[in-house]
Design a protein around this ligand. Structure first.
Ligand code: PMP
Length: 422
């Protein structure tokens, strides 16, 4: 019996997070034993060049020696205290210095938790109940955010999972990404009732879809006009597009920011922060309750602070962009050479190739991609020793550990894979 077959007996689906199971591409997942730099190694010792990067966090590469050392040093001093530490102050100061709109921050243990808490805060701050999210944006698996958007319907939405009472999602309204009119319509229909608009400033959970010129600016403006909290979910874009995330990249300040992934250097960390005026409403300063036994955990803060210090080094993002440009330009060239007009969305070290002609600028466009062809592409790349996300509606991540040789091999494998499947 393989490890995966046996895992299925003890763990639902054999995995601790669904998309890992290769459900949409078929086949059994690679069982990872270890990882180092740009590579992951399976249980049989087979090496892969990895562009999953743990779904985003590993921006300096796997098993980064500086981060591993920081975690080991911290572990020697104790793994959890349930009391304040200086390390929490250090990382909080660092986050506030890096992320433009964040004046105060609270640490949690996952992106889901960050979003869940941030929304409670936005609701308390505005004394309103409704929230608006965008179809195709993912904000973790908490009840009120796990809402399926019915095709194009801009109405109250149905929960996307059994076990979520419709009553829990009735305050969640769904708008269309890159369509400011859909927001204006919802705000007009729900005048004075919307607490917060939450958005992935670059959508990276429907594949990668970039904000249209002026879209984020328009959002900021309507939020100001209507007294609505603008929440940037920077769990993916934070510390990825720039040291200060999408808000630095696009020069737009949200009121609340949620963070995760990179901020923990590969350990379980999330965070939410924003204006002091809002953040001070949190318990014990204010009445909004939010807590966590392992929040600000010493191993996690050690890893996170080491990561953030590395990202603050001069030229980190410039060097990363150069690698990404070489890879993504190479992949775009391959498509051209093969006469393929596939939509290929890219920003900094984040990209997504859609198996759909033309452009993808909306959720509806993204849904037109040929997921069966993506599955073939995925396996063709895997056969050539390259791991990309085992699902179309995800991002490809480049890390600082990817070498010129890795990138050259990847561009070649990409060409051969496309040639084989199309
Ligand atoms: N927000 C975004 C934008 C995400 O991509 C994710 C996870 N992929 C989350 C929130 C949830 O984070 P976590 O999986 O750490 O709970």
């Amino acid at each position: 019996m393989t490890i995966f077959e046996e895992s299925k007996k003890y763990i639902p689906g054999g995995v601790n997070s669904p998309v890992r199971a290769f459900g949409s591409v078929g086949g059994d997942p690679v069982i990872v034993k270890s990882a180092k730099g740009s590579k992951v190694y399976d249980e049989n010792g087979k090496e892969y060049i990895d562009y999953v990067c743990s779904w985003g966090p590993m921006i300096t590469g796997h098993a980064d020696p500086d981060i591993i050392k920081a975690v080991k040093d911290a572990a020697d001093l104790g793994t959890s205290f349930g009391a304040p530490t200086k390390a929490e102050l250090d990382i909080a100061k660092k986050i506030c210095s890096m992320v433009p709109s964040v004046e105060m921050v609270r640490l949690v243990s996952s992106g889901t938790e960050a979003l869940m808490s941030a929304i409670r805060l936005a609701r308390a701050y505005t004394e309103r109940d409704k929230i608006i999210k965008f179809e195709g944006c993912y904000h973790g698996h908490s009840d009120s955010l796990l809402v399926k958007a019915g095709s194009g319907a801009l109405t109250f939405n149905q929960p996307s999972s059994p076990g979520v009472p419709a009553d829990f999602t009735k305050h969640t309204l769904v708008a269309q990404y890159n369509d400011i009119e859909s927001i204006k319509k919802l705000l007009a229909e729900n005048k004075g009732e919307v607490a917060c608009i939450l958005i992935e400033p670059v959508a990276a959970n429907m594949g990668v879809v970039l904000p249209a010129a002026g879209f984020l600016e328009d959002l900021r403006r309507v939020c100001d006009d209507e007294g609505v909290v603008l929440l940037f979910d920077e769990v993916i874009t934070g510390f990825r597009l720039a040291a200060g995330g999408a808000q630095e990249y696009f020069n737009i300040k949200p009121d609340i920011t949620t963070m995760g992934k990179i901020i923990g250097g590969g350990l379980p960390v999330g965070a939410f922060g924003g204006k002091s005026e809002i953040m001070k409403m949190l318990s014990p300063d204010g009445a909004v309750y939010q807590a966590g036994t392992l929040s600000g955990n010493p191993l996690a803060t050690a890893a996170g602070l080491t990561m953030l210090n590395k990202l603050s080094q001069p030229d980190f993002y410039k060097n990363l962009r150069q690698k990404a440009d070489t890879l993504f330009d190479g992949m775009a060239d391959n498509c051209k050479k093969l006469g393929l007009d596939y939509a290929y969305n890219r920003i900094e070290s984040l990209s997504c190739l859609f198996f759909k002609d033309g452009t993808v600028t909306s959720f509806a466009d993204a849904m037109k991609t040929d997921t069966k062809l993506y599955a073939k592409y995925f396996h063709a790349m895997l056969d050539r020793g390259i791991t990309i996300a085992p699902a179309q509606f995800e991002a490809m991540f480049v890390s600082a550990a990817h070498t010129d040789e890795d990138i050259e091999k990847t561009v070649k494998a990409h060409y051969e894979s496309l040639k084989e499947i199309v």
